[in-house]
Design a protein around this ligand. Structure first.
Ligand code: FE2
Length: 412
Protein backbone atom coordinates (compact mmCIF):
# COMPACT_ATOMS: atom_id res chain seq x y z
CA UNK A 1 0.00 0.00 0.00
CA UNK A 2 1.08 3.53 -0.72
CA UNK A 3 0.69 6.73 1.33
CA UNK A 4 1.26 9.88 -0.69
CA UNK A 5 2.26 13.46 0.06
CA UNK A 6 3.42 13.51 3.69
CA UNK A 7 5.88 15.79 5.48
CA UNK A 8 7.84 13.52 7.79
CA UNK A 9 8.95 15.35 10.93
CA UNK A 10 10.57 18.66 10.01
CA UNK A 11 11.27 17.64 6.39
CA UNK A 12 11.04 20.48 3.89
CA UNK A 13 9.77 18.36 1.02
CA UNK A 14 6.88 15.88 0.93
CA UNK A 15 7.51 12.16 0.68
CA UNK A 16 5.55 9.07 -0.26
CA UNK A 17 5.64 5.98 1.92
CA UNK A 18 5.29 2.40 0.72
CA UNK A 19 4.24 -0.28 3.20
CA UNK A 20 4.56 -3.97 2.43
CA UNK A 21 3.57 -6.74 4.86
CA UNK A 22 3.40 -4.27 7.75
CA UNK A 23 6.86 -2.77 7.17
CA UNK A 24 8.08 0.47 5.63
CA UNK A 25 9.71 -0.61 2.37
CA UNK A 26 10.22 2.65 0.49
CA UNK A 27 10.27 6.30 1.53
CA UNK A 28 10.90 8.67 -1.38
CA UNK A 29 9.26 11.47 -3.36
CA UNK A 30 6.76 10.64 -6.13
CA UNK A 31 6.55 6.87 -5.78
CA UNK A 32 4.48 5.20 -8.50
CA UNK A 33 1.94 2.55 -7.47
CA UNK A 34 3.15 -0.93 -8.33
CA UNK A 35 0.88 -3.30 -10.24
CA UNK A 36 -1.60 -4.76 -7.75
CA UNK A 37 -0.28 -2.54 -4.96
CA UNK A 38 -3.71 -2.04 -3.48
CA UNK A 39 -4.70 1.03 -1.50
CA UNK A 40 -3.22 4.41 -2.40
CA UNK A 41 -3.99 7.06 0.24
CA UNK A 42 -3.44 10.74 -0.55
CA UNK A 43 -2.60 12.57 2.67
CA UNK A 44 -2.57 16.01 1.06
CA UNK A 45 0.60 17.48 2.56
CA UNK A 46 -0.12 16.64 6.21
CA UNK A 47 2.60 15.98 8.77
CA UNK A 48 3.61 12.40 9.61
CA UNK A 49 5.40 11.39 12.80
CA UNK A 50 6.36 8.12 14.38
CA UNK A 51 3.65 7.29 16.97
CA UNK A 52 3.59 9.20 20.22
CA UNK A 53 5.27 7.53 23.19
CA UNK A 54 3.93 8.00 26.71
CA UNK A 55 7.12 7.58 28.72
CA UNK A 56 5.68 7.96 32.22
CA UNK A 57 2.14 7.29 33.37
CA UNK A 58 0.42 5.43 36.20
CA UNK A 59 -2.30 3.44 34.47
CA UNK A 60 -3.26 1.54 37.63
CA UNK A 61 -4.53 4.78 39.20
CA UNK A 62 -5.97 6.39 36.05
CA UNK A 63 -9.59 7.54 35.85
CA UNK A 64 -10.12 7.31 39.63
CA UNK A 65 -10.22 11.04 40.51
CA UNK A 66 -12.89 11.75 43.11
CA UNK A 67 -13.20 8.09 44.16
CA UNK A 68 -13.65 7.61 47.02
CA UNK A 69 -12.91 11.32 47.55
CA UNK A 70 -11.18 14.25 45.87
CA UNK A 71 -7.64 15.36 46.68
CA UNK A 72 -8.60 18.79 47.97
CA UNK A 73 -5.17 20.08 48.96
CA UNK A 74 -3.68 19.09 45.59
CA UNK A 75 -0.55 17.73 47.25
CA UNK A 76 1.40 14.61 46.35
CA UNK A 77 0.93 13.28 49.85
CA UNK A 78 -2.86 13.69 49.98
CA UNK A 79 -2.89 12.01 46.58
CA UNK A 80 -1.09 9.01 48.05
CA UNK A 81 -3.66 8.94 50.88
CA UNK A 82 -6.60 9.05 48.42
CA UNK A 83 -5.06 6.18 46.46
CA UNK A 84 -4.65 4.19 49.67
CA UNK A 85 -8.38 4.65 50.31
CA UNK A 86 -9.21 3.49 46.77
CA UNK A 87 -7.06 0.35 46.95
CA UNK A 88 -9.69 -1.81 48.76
CA UNK A 89 -11.92 -1.39 45.67
CA UNK A 90 -9.31 -2.86 43.33
CA UNK A 91 -10.15 -6.11 41.60
CA UNK A 92 -8.49 -7.53 38.55
CA UNK A 93 -11.62 -6.95 36.48
CA UNK A 94 -12.05 -3.36 37.70
CA UNK A 95 -8.44 -2.49 36.86
CA UNK A 96 -8.61 -4.09 33.42
CA UNK A 97 -11.84 -2.30 32.51
CA UNK A 98 -10.49 1.08 33.63
CA UNK A 99 -7.04 0.71 32.07
CA UNK A 100 -8.62 -0.51 28.84
CA UNK A 101 -10.55 2.76 28.62
CA UNK A 102 -7.38 4.75 29.26
CA UNK A 103 -5.46 2.83 26.57
CA UNK A 104 -8.20 3.59 24.04
CA UNK A 105 -8.05 7.27 24.99
CA UNK A 106 -4.29 7.18 24.44
CA UNK A 107 -4.68 5.36 21.11
CA UNK A 108 -7.16 8.01 19.94
CA UNK A 109 -4.37 10.57 20.42
CA UNK A 110 -1.82 8.60 18.40
CA UNK A 111 -0.01 6.94 21.31
CA UNK A 112 1.24 3.42 20.49
CA UNK A 113 3.88 2.95 23.20
CA UNK A 114 3.26 3.36 26.92
CA UNK A 115 5.50 2.97 29.94
CA UNK A 116 3.26 2.56 32.97
CA UNK A 117 4.35 2.42 36.57
CA UNK A 118 2.25 -0.01 38.61
CA UNK A 119 2.13 0.14 42.39
CA UNK A 120 3.51 -3.13 43.75
CA UNK A 121 3.20 -2.24 47.45
CA UNK A 122 0.24 -4.60 47.54
CA UNK A 123 0.70 -8.12 48.93
CA UNK A 124 -1.80 -9.43 46.33
CA UNK A 125 -0.27 -7.51 43.37
CA UNK A 126 -3.81 -7.17 41.97
CA UNK A 127 -3.15 -4.20 39.67
CA UNK A 128 0.09 -5.71 38.40
CA UNK A 129 -1.56 -9.00 37.48
CA UNK A 130 -4.39 -7.17 35.71
CA UNK A 131 -2.08 -4.98 33.65
CA UNK A 132 0.24 -7.89 32.83
CA UNK A 133 -2.77 -9.65 31.28
CA UNK A 134 -3.89 -6.53 29.47
CA UNK A 135 -0.38 -5.97 28.09
CA UNK A 136 -0.72 -9.21 26.15
CA UNK A 137 -4.31 -8.56 25.06
CA UNK A 138 -3.52 -5.19 23.42
CA UNK A 139 -0.09 -6.06 22.05
CA UNK A 140 -1.16 -5.78 18.40
CA UNK A 141 -2.32 -2.18 18.93
CA UNK A 142 -0.21 -0.67 21.68
CA UNK A 143 3.02 -1.66 23.42
CA UNK A 144 2.72 -1.48 27.20
CA UNK A 145 5.90 -1.51 29.26
CA UNK A 146 5.44 -2.10 32.99
CA UNK A 147 7.59 -0.67 35.77
CA UNK A 148 7.27 -2.38 39.15
CA UNK A 149 6.79 0.72 41.27
CA UNK A 150 7.10 0.52 45.08
CA UNK A 151 4.90 3.52 46.00
CA UNK A 152 5.86 3.41 49.72
CA UNK A 153 9.43 2.32 49.25
CA UNK A 154 11.47 -0.84 49.07
CA UNK A 155 12.71 -0.73 52.67
CA UNK A 156 9.97 1.42 54.22
CA UNK A 157 7.14 -0.98 53.32
CA UNK A 158 6.81 -4.52 54.73
CA UNK A 159 8.52 -7.00 52.41
CA UNK A 160 9.03 -4.25 49.81
CA UNK A 161 12.10 -5.92 48.30
CA UNK A 162 10.32 -9.29 48.08
CA UNK A 163 7.34 -7.71 46.32
CA UNK A 164 9.65 -5.99 43.85
CA UNK A 165 11.40 -9.26 43.08
CA UNK A 166 8.06 -11.09 42.74
CA UNK A 167 6.83 -8.41 40.30
CA UNK A 168 9.92 -8.86 38.14
CA UNK A 169 9.48 -12.64 38.21
CA UNK A 170 5.87 -12.25 37.11
CA UNK A 171 6.96 -10.25 34.06
CA UNK A 172 7.32 -6.55 34.84
CA UNK A 173 9.69 -4.97 32.31
CA UNK A 174 11.49 -2.60 34.65
CA UNK A 175 12.39 -2.22 38.30
CA UNK A 176 11.41 0.95 40.15
CA UNK A 177 12.34 2.68 43.38
CA UNK A 178 11.34 5.84 45.25
CA UNK A 179 14.42 6.94 47.20
CA UNK A 180 13.07 10.32 48.37
CA UNK A 181 10.09 8.63 50.05
CA UNK A 182 12.08 6.08 52.06
CA UNK A 183 12.20 6.72 55.82
CA UNK A 184 15.89 7.64 55.96
CA UNK A 185 18.74 8.70 53.71
CA UNK A 186 20.39 5.35 54.45
CA UNK A 187 17.28 3.46 53.27
CA UNK A 188 17.21 5.70 50.21
CA UNK A 189 20.70 4.68 49.11
CA UNK A 190 20.24 1.03 50.06
CA UNK A 191 16.92 0.83 48.19
CA UNK A 192 18.67 1.92 44.99
CA UNK A 193 21.28 -0.82 45.42
CA UNK A 194 18.49 -3.38 45.82
CA UNK A 195 16.72 -2.04 42.73
CA UNK A 196 19.88 -2.24 40.60
CA UNK A 197 20.78 -5.70 41.92
CA UNK A 198 17.32 -7.08 41.07
CA UNK A 199 17.24 -5.42 37.64
CA UNK A 200 20.56 -7.04 36.77
CA UNK A 201 19.54 -10.42 38.20
CA UNK A 202 16.41 -10.49 35.99
CA UNK A 203 17.83 -8.51 33.04
CA UNK A 204 15.30 -5.68 33.31
CA UNK A 205 15.27 -1.95 32.68
CA UNK A 206 15.18 0.56 35.55
CA UNK A 207 12.95 3.60 36.05
CA UNK A 208 13.23 5.42 39.37
CA UNK A 209 10.82 7.93 40.87
CA UNK A 210 13.77 10.10 41.79
CA UNK A 211 13.72 13.16 44.05
CA UNK A 212 10.09 14.09 43.38
CA UNK A 213 10.14 16.68 46.15
CA UNK A 214 11.02 20.38 46.53
CA UNK A 215 13.87 19.47 48.88
CA UNK A 216 17.24 20.67 47.64
CA UNK A 217 18.83 18.06 49.93
CA UNK A 218 17.13 15.18 48.10
CA UNK A 219 20.09 13.65 46.28
CA UNK A 220 18.94 10.28 44.99
CA UNK A 221 19.91 11.26 41.46
CA UNK A 222 23.67 11.20 42.06
CA UNK A 223 23.38 7.63 43.38
CA UNK A 224 21.19 6.53 40.44
CA UNK A 225 23.64 7.98 37.91
CA UNK A 226 26.67 6.52 39.66
CA UNK A 227 25.14 3.05 39.86
CA UNK A 228 24.11 3.25 36.19
CA UNK A 229 27.69 4.18 35.32
CA UNK A 230 29.41 1.62 37.52
CA UNK A 231 27.15 -1.29 36.63
CA UNK A 232 27.27 -0.43 32.92
CA UNK A 233 23.48 -0.30 32.79
CA UNK A 234 23.74 3.21 31.35
CA UNK A 235 20.84 4.08 29.07
CA UNK A 236 18.74 1.20 30.38
CA UNK A 237 18.23 3.47 33.40
CA UNK A 238 15.76 6.35 33.68
CA UNK A 239 15.42 8.99 36.37
CA UNK A 240 11.82 10.21 36.43
CA UNK A 241 10.69 13.52 37.88
CA UNK A 242 14.00 14.72 39.48
CA UNK A 243 12.07 17.81 40.54
CA UNK A 244 14.51 18.51 43.40
CA UNK A 245 17.03 19.37 40.68
CA UNK A 246 14.91 22.48 40.11
CA UNK A 247 15.99 23.58 43.61
CA UNK A 248 19.63 22.43 43.64
CA UNK A 249 22.26 25.16 43.82
CA UNK A 250 24.07 25.76 40.55
CA UNK A 251 27.52 24.87 41.92
CA UNK A 252 26.21 21.40 42.82
CA UNK A 253 24.51 20.97 39.43
CA UNK A 254 27.76 21.76 37.60
CA UNK A 255 29.49 18.98 39.54
CA UNK A 256 26.51 16.63 39.12
CA UNK A 257 26.26 17.15 35.36
CA UNK A 258 29.56 15.32 34.82
CA UNK A 259 28.34 12.00 36.20
CA UNK A 260 24.94 12.48 34.56
CA UNK A 261 26.65 12.65 31.16
CA UNK A 262 29.05 9.82 31.96
CA UNK A 263 26.18 7.59 33.06
CA UNK A 264 24.08 7.88 29.88
CA UNK A 265 20.81 7.75 31.85
CA UNK A 266 17.51 9.12 30.55
CA UNK A 267 15.33 11.72 32.22
CA UNK A 268 11.56 12.03 32.22
CA UNK A 269 9.85 15.27 33.21
CA UNK A 270 6.10 15.36 33.73
CA UNK A 271 5.42 19.04 33.07
CA UNK A 272 1.72 19.33 33.94
CA UNK A 273 1.85 17.27 37.12
CA UNK A 274 5.25 18.61 38.23
CA UNK A 275 3.88 22.15 38.11
CA UNK A 276 0.61 21.10 39.75
CA UNK A 277 2.19 19.18 42.66
CA UNK A 278 5.32 21.28 43.03
CA UNK A 279 5.84 24.38 45.13
CA UNK A 280 3.10 23.30 47.54
CA UNK A 281 5.16 24.11 50.64
CA UNK A 282 6.13 27.51 49.26
CA UNK A 283 4.36 30.75 50.04
CA UNK A 284 5.66 33.17 47.41
CA UNK A 285 7.60 32.91 45.19
CA UNK A 286 6.33 29.42 44.31
CA UNK A 287 8.70 27.10 42.50
CA UNK A 288 7.75 25.51 39.17
CA UNK A 289 9.38 22.26 40.25
CA UNK A 290 10.19 20.92 36.82
CA UNK A 291 13.63 19.41 36.34
CA UNK A 292 16.22 21.32 34.29
CA UNK A 293 15.05 20.19 30.85
CA UNK A 294 16.71 22.99 28.92
CA UNK A 295 20.12 22.50 30.55
CA UNK A 296 20.02 18.68 30.36
CA UNK A 297 19.06 18.86 26.69
CA UNK A 298 21.88 21.33 25.99
CA UNK A 299 24.33 18.81 27.51
CA UNK A 300 23.12 16.13 25.09
CA UNK A 301 21.29 14.15 27.78
CA UNK A 302 18.09 12.41 26.69
CA UNK A 303 14.93 13.94 28.16
CA UNK A 304 11.35 12.95 27.41
CA UNK A 305 7.99 14.15 28.68
CA UNK A 306 5.29 12.05 30.33
CA UNK A 307 1.78 12.71 31.64
CA UNK A 308 2.32 10.95 34.99
CA UNK A 309 -1.38 10.96 35.84
CA UNK A 310 -4.66 10.85 33.97
CA UNK A 311 -7.67 12.00 35.98
CA UNK A 312 -6.53 10.48 39.26
CA UNK A 313 -5.71 11.64 42.82
CA UNK A 314 -2.58 13.46 41.61
CA UNK A 315 -4.11 15.10 38.58
CA UNK A 316 -7.84 15.86 38.38
CA UNK A 317 -7.45 16.59 34.65
CA UNK A 318 -5.79 14.69 31.84
CA UNK A 319 -6.91 13.69 28.35
CA UNK A 320 -4.00 11.43 27.29
CA UNK A 321 -2.87 13.93 24.68
CA UNK A 322 0.93 14.24 24.69
CA UNK A 323 0.66 17.66 23.07
CA UNK A 324 -0.41 19.10 26.42
CA UNK A 325 2.82 17.94 28.05
CA UNK A 326 4.90 19.51 25.30
CA UNK A 327 2.95 22.75 25.55
CA UNK A 328 3.36 22.99 29.32
CA UNK A 329 6.97 21.79 29.19
CA UNK A 330 8.02 24.48 26.73
CA UNK A 331 6.41 27.25 28.76
CA UNK A 332 7.66 26.00 32.11
CA UNK A 333 11.17 25.34 30.80
CA UNK A 334 11.68 28.68 29.04
CA UNK A 335 11.93 26.83 25.73
CA UNK A 336 9.89 28.85 23.28
CA UNK A 337 12.74 29.68 20.92
CA UNK A 338 11.78 28.87 17.31
CA UNK A 339 14.11 25.86 17.04
CA UNK A 340 12.95 24.61 20.42
CA UNK A 341 9.31 24.77 19.31
CA UNK A 342 9.75 23.00 15.97
CA UNK A 343 11.86 20.23 17.51
CA UNK A 344 9.71 19.75 20.59
CA UNK A 345 7.74 16.78 19.23
CA UNK A 346 10.90 14.79 19.96
CA UNK A 347 10.16 14.92 23.71
CA UNK A 348 7.14 12.68 23.09
CA UNK A 349 8.39 10.68 20.11
CA UNK A 350 12.05 9.77 19.53
CA UNK A 351 13.43 10.91 22.92
CA UNK A 352 10.67 8.99 24.66
CA UNK A 353 11.42 5.96 22.48
CA UNK A 354 15.02 6.12 23.73
CA UNK A 355 13.75 6.24 27.30
CA UNK A 356 11.73 3.08 26.64
CA UNK A 357 14.81 1.54 25.01
CA UNK A 358 12.80 0.71 21.86
CA UNK A 359 15.88 0.71 19.63
CA UNK A 360 15.38 0.06 15.92
CA UNK A 361 11.80 -1.08 16.47
CA UNK A 362 10.77 2.59 16.36
CA UNK A 363 10.83 5.29 13.69
CA UNK A 364 9.82 6.01 10.12
CA UNK A 365 12.56 4.27 8.13
CA UNK A 366 12.75 1.48 5.56
CA UNK A 367 12.73 -1.96 7.16
CA UNK A 368 10.97 -0.91 10.37
CA UNK A 369 7.42 -1.64 11.47
CA UNK A 370 5.03 0.67 9.61
CA UNK A 371 3.79 2.48 12.70
CA UNK A 372 3.05 6.19 12.22
CA UNK A 373 0.57 8.96 12.81
CA UNK A 374 -0.75 11.73 10.58
CA UNK A 375 -1.45 15.10 12.17
CA UNK A 376 -4.14 17.51 10.98
CA UNK A 377 -1.44 20.11 10.29
CA UNK A 378 1.37 20.70 7.82
CA UNK A 379 4.03 21.03 10.49
CA UNK A 380 4.61 20.66 14.22
CA UNK A 381 4.51 24.39 14.88
CA UNK A 382 0.87 24.51 13.76
CA UNK A 383 0.03 21.13 15.28
CA UNK A 384 1.26 22.33 18.65
CA UNK A 385 -0.19 25.80 18.49
CA UNK A 386 -3.64 24.82 17.24
CA UNK A 387 -3.84 21.55 19.17
CA UNK A 388 -4.32 19.62 15.93
CA UNK A 389 -5.88 16.16 16.28
CA UNK A 390 -4.19 12.98 15.12
CA UNK A 391 -6.15 12.28 11.93
CA UNK A 392 -4.89 8.73 11.55
CA UNK A 393 -2.81 6.28 13.54
CA UNK A 394 -1.35 3.31 11.64
CA UNK A 395 0.09 0.19 13.20
CA UNK A 396 1.94 -2.18 10.86
CA UNK A 397 0.22 -0.27 8.07
CA UNK A 398 -3.26 -0.91 9.52
CA UNK A 399 -5.49 1.98 10.60
CA UNK A 400 -6.10 1.64 14.36
CA UNK A 401 -7.51 5.10 15.19
CA UNK A 402 -8.80 8.09 13.30
CA UNK A 403 -10.40 11.49 13.85
CA UNK A 404 -12.28 13.93 11.64
CA UNK A 405 -10.56 17.27 11.07
CA UNK A 406 -11.81 19.92 13.48
CA UNK A 407 -13.96 22.55 11.80
CA UNK A 408 -14.67 25.99 13.18
CA UNK A 409 -16.86 28.76 11.71
CA UNK A 410 -16.73 32.47 12.44
CA UNK A 411 -19.78 34.48 11.38
CA UNK A 412 -18.50 37.97 10.79
FE1 FE2 B 1 5.06 9.12 38.56
Amino acid sequence: MLFKDLYIGNAEAPMDIRVTDGKFTDIAPNLTPLPGEGTVTDLAGKMALPPFVESHVHLDTCLTAGRPRWNLSGTLFEGIQCWEEYKPFLTKQEVKERVNRALRLQASNGIQYVRTHVDINDPKLTALEAILELREEVRDFIDVQIVAFPQYGILSYPKGAELLERALELGADAAGAIPHFEFTREYSVESLHICFDLAQKYNKLIDIHCDEIDDEASRGLETVATLAYETGMGDKVTASHTTAMHSYNNAYVIRLMRILKMSGINFVANPCVNVHLGGRADTYPKRRSMTRVKELTAEGINVSFGSDDLFDPWNPLGNANMRDQVFMGLYTGHMLGYEEIVNSYRFVTENAARTLHLGDAYGIAAGRDANFVVMDAKNWYDALNYNAPVLRSYRAGKLIASAAPAEKQVYF
